[in-house]
Design a protein around this ligand. Structure first.
Ligand code: MTE
Ligand code: CO
Length: 398
């Protein structure tokens, strides 16, 4: 038998220098042990997590990406948060069809084989659910960055530009809007302006080099770079071209923002610039005095991250963080900085500025414009309180 238990946390001094550790004393598994690989058992804590009380049923549910445990800006496929209104559709790609109808010269039905014959492109994009941080509008709620900011992922999508497919059917001159409809049991649908469809929209079939995972829309989903996640219709089965928007459920009763004066803000497609510190954070306390690293993520649905500032005193003073390459448009952007910790209380914050000049607001500034009744589109500055023991807490500054 093989010594040691995978995942054990006790340290065996026999494995430390100058000894040759036990894993150097026997032959390991051959290449056929696991044809599709999985992470080290020591990383078993890095998983998506669910907050069961957030949704009424497991079919209509959401989980959260463990952004506190990730490195760089790419989310591994198995850790991408999932949100679905009627569970994961079990699509057989051989029976999959994409239908395009409405104000077109030639309505068409495409198979997956048809789709894969068109020239494709591969690009990195973040996707954020409009409800990310939605529980935090009235005060600090969830004590973990996975829960406050984890409805986001960033992968390299491969797909066919939607404009290439629309060329095939020929959009009529009065065709100005598309209605994209999902093939899952929710039949979720959204209206999309033609300009976005002709700009950078993809019909994606792959993420991070492999075919989409079933819960992320296998075999085909919409990718609307920079726009709210709800519009990225998964298991897409139909696109109808029309001359006006549809005002579907998801763009009227949902994904609108109730303002203080009782009016609702709607069609807020672009995700405003936002950033968050992913370490230290409630899941990653400060463990030692002296120099500590701050790391985090920043993004903007309107373009490219230009600058990220970090504060240790709740926003009174700011220092500029480093932005290691690459900094890509509509993509998660990593930032980092150092801070010296001597056991005092610290109020950690980050704020992003994008290439439109937009500065991430405080919650107070956001509430002046938006009131307190919103759920969606909270891009305000997050505060983490590092207390004297090094533990980190989600707090709201008054
Ligand atoms: N598309 C369909 N067909 N059905 C859905 O329930 N959920 C939407 C969107 N597209 C949904 C859908 C929402 S609210 C979000 S945030 C994203 O898909 C989630 O995509 P993901 O599961 O790949 O993270
Ligand atoms: Co969503």
């Amino acid at each position: 038998g093989r010594p040691g238990v995978a995942g054990a946390t006790e340290i065996d001094p026999g494995n430390l220098p100058p000894n040759v550790p036990m894993w150097g004393h026997y032959l390991g598994d051959g290449v056929d042990a696991e044809p599709y690989g999985s992470p080290s058992p020591h990383e078993a804590h890095v998983v998506r997590r669910n907050v069961p009380w957030l949704t009424a049923t497991t079919e209509s549910s959401v989980n959260f990406t463990p952004i506190q445990d990730l490195h760089g800006f790419v989310t591994p496929n198995g850790l991408c948060f999932e949100r679905h209104h009627a569970g994961t559709a079990e699509v057989n790609p051989a029976e999959y069809r994409l239908m395009i109808n409405g104000l077109v010269d030639k309505p068409m039905i495409f198979t997956m084989e048809d789709i894969l014959r068109f020239p494709c492109e591969s690009r990195f994009y973040f996707m954020e659910c409009a409800a990310n941080s939605g529980m935090e509008w009235r005060g600090a709620q969830l004590n973990g960055v996975q829960y406050t900011h984890g409805m986001i992922h960033c992968v390299q999508y491969t797909g066919v530009p939607l404009r290439v497919i629309l060329d095939q059917v020929g959009v009529k001159p009065n065709g100005k809007w598309l209605m994209a409809e999902g093939g899952d049991a929710s039949g979720m649908n959204r209206s999309i302006p033609l300009e976005k469809a002709l700009d950078d929209t993809l019909l994606a079939f792959a993420m991070n080099g492999e075919m989409l995972r079933p819960s992320n829309g296998y075999p085909l989903r919409l990718v609307l770079p920079g726009w709210e996640g709800n519009m990225w219709v998964k298991w897409i089965r139909r696109i109808e071209v029309g001359d006006q928007p549809w005002f579907a459920r998801e763009e009227t009763s949902k994904y609108t923002d109730l303002l203080a004066d009782g009016r609702a803000r709607y069609f807020t497609w672009e995700m405003d610039a936002k950033s968050v510190i992913t370490g230290p954070c409630p899941e990653k306390p400060v463990l030692h005095k002296g120099v500590n690293q701050i790391k985090g993520l920043a993004w903007s649905g309107r373009g490219t991250v230009k600058r990220v500032d970090v504060s240790l005193d709740g926003g009174r003073n700011w220092m500029q963080a480093r932005l290691p390459d690459p900094v890509l448009p509509k993509c998660l952007t990593c930032f980092n900085a150092e801070f010296e910790w001597n056991g005092e209380e610290v109020l950690l914050q980050s704020r992003v500025i994008d290439d439109t000049g937009y500065v991430q607001p405080t919650m107070q500034a956001l509430q002046k414009v938006r009131g307190v009744n919103s759920i969606y589109h909270n891009n305000s500055i997050q505060t983490w309180l590092v207390n004297k023991t090094g533990e980190v807490e989600n707090v709201r500054l008054g």
